[in-house]
Ligand binder design. Structure first.
Ligand code: F0G
Length: 464
């Protein structure tokens, strides 16, 4: 049966073969647990969590075919057969000529930044991502946001909030010259904006711009399959295209990519850099041996490379996979909206983002409303979510001041192929309970702050 993705309800294209038991702590135990975790959901042991919506990273359920692939690991130090499979998969699905595996996305970001960025460079990007921006800064560069303004507005329902504003790019070229702009970092399904896609129309215009100025486009392909799905259902002309063709079209308009395979490639660990330029490839191979491992394993076991190769095909060769995945996220978001919970619109690809500014309007941003809300949701339900607001934004590199982003969000991130509708029904009810008593929720103060990526390890306590 041909699937009309615009109309049909998409049933799961899989069934469950193995299950993992979940335990539930009492309310009092959860109160103690969040206190011991210093009100930071990253510091909770997973055994204290009932439903883990912290991240979609490395949390997917692998298929039986991927698990079978683990037994086919060729654990040779050099020239593993599984590397050949991965190389073939990346060439087939993405179309890039060369690939360098890394242990995960940030390993690829590190190598990419070291090769392409020089001190004083400016790197335009469609909104920052935490680790990407940090690697750009560690290499001597500065991130500059060129996403369209709508992306910073949680109420705008622009269908392609991940689009790049070419006027902002042009202004950067005029200000810094092309010599200072090594590449444009184009993220698929922009994470910090709420999982929002860019359109192919926008990418084509960006390609023309970058050809004119001889600036590379590097794709953050971490969620490129989800981005391709949104193009299929929202952009005119692509309705009949298979997902894999849209992914290839996106990649063909870029000069290379890095990917955290822990998301759309359906594996628990892994990543890579891919490119067409031979010089870039040679440089990347030289660095990967220093920081990750030989260029045919990049910090991974052969079995991990195999699972990644198989995951890439699974995610792209049956359109039902991503259609069902995004439908699951969307249905959850709609359930929350029916209960008046303020969320970012349109509902994104990998997560539903609660707008903490609108949920807790009585808390100013220096009281970390999203951090406080994530802690409350945990105490109410055992559901773990993540702050994506002022804590995640960190401090200004020069002034040292807190950066107050427009978006102050709690991310409820959906692992791929893991939870069922009943889980989301439970989550909806629990978040609604928190909403009903929202006026009594107090803010937090930070009591310990790591120098970099503070959201992972910072400590907080309730204000008295
Ligand atoms: N790029 C994007 C868009 C990401 O979302 C991530 C990770 C990375 C790069 C880095 O990849 O984790 O494999 O090193 N995002 C995770 C998240 C951590 O929860 O959103 P990594």
């Amino acid at each position: 049966m041909a699937l009309d993705l615009k109309k049909a309800f998409v049933p799961p294209p899989y069934k469950i073969k193995a299950i993992e038991p979940l335990y539930t702590l009492s309310h009092a135990e959860r109160e103690r647990a969040i206190q011991s975790a210093h009100y930071n959901t990253f510091l909770l042991p997973s055994s204290d969590v009932y439903m883990d919506l912290l991240t979609d990273s490395g949390t997917a359920a692998m298929s039986d075919y991927q698990w079978a692939g683990l037994m086919m690991g060729d654990e040779a130090y050099a020239g593993s057969l599984n590397f050949d499979h991965l190389e073939e998969a990346v060439r087939d699905v993405f179309g890039y000529r060369y690939i360098v595996p890394t242990h995960q996305g940030r390993g690829a970001e590190h190598i990419l930044s070291k090769i392409l960025i020089h001190s004083g460079d400016v790197i335009p990007g469609n909104m920052y991502f935490t680790t990407t921006k940090l690697h750009q800064e560690l290499a001597g560069g500065t991130f500059s946001d060129v996403i369209i303004d709508e992306a910073h507005d949680s109420l705008s329902d622009h269908p392609f909030k991940g689009n790049v504003d070419l006027k902002k790019c042009e202004a950067l070229v005029q200000k810094y010259t092309t010599q200072k702009i090594p590449y444009i970092n184009l993220q698929a399904c922009v994470n910090m904006a709420g999982g929002q896609p860019f359109s192919l129309e926008n990418l084509k215009a960006l390609r023309e711009f970058s050809n004119r100025y001889q600036i590379k486009i590097i794709l953050d392909a971490t969620r490129v399959v989800e981005n391709a799905h949104f193009i299929k259902v929202r952009e005119k002309g692509y309705e009949a295209w298979p997902i894999v063709s849209i992914v290839r079209e996106i990649c063909s308009l870029t000069d290379g990519c890095f990917m955290s395979a822990k998301k759309d490639a359906l594996v628990n660990i892994g990543g890579f850099l891919a490119m067409n330029d031979e010089y870039f490839f040679t440089e990347a191979k030289a660095l990967v041996v220093i920081f990750e491992g030989l260029h045919t394993y990049g910090g991974l076991a052969g079995r991990d490379l195999e699972a990644m190769a198989r995951g890439l095909y699974e995610a792209t060769c049956d359109d039902r996979f991503v259609a069902h995945r995004i439908q699951q996220v969307e249905e959850f978001g709609k359930k929350l909206m029916q209960r008046d919970i303020p969320i970012v619109k349109p509902i994104g690809g990998h997560a539903v983002f609660i707008d903490a500014k609108r949920f807790l309007p009585h808390l100013s941003q220096d009281l970390f409303p999203a951090q406080a809300l994530a802690a409350e949701i945990y105490v109410e339900s055992g559901i773990r979510s993540m702050e994506r607001g002022v804590v995640s934004s960190g401090r200004d590199k020069i002034t040292g001041e807190n950066i107050y982003p427009k978006l102050e969000l709690v991310r409820l991130t959906i692992p791929r192929r893991v939870y069922t509708q009943e889980h989301f029904e439970y989550a909806t009810q629990a978040i609604h309970e928190v909403y009903l008593r929202r006026n009594a929720i107090k803010g937090l103060q930070m009591t310990f702050e790591p120098k970099q990526l503070r959201f992972f390890q910072a400590h907080f306590q309730p204000i008295s």
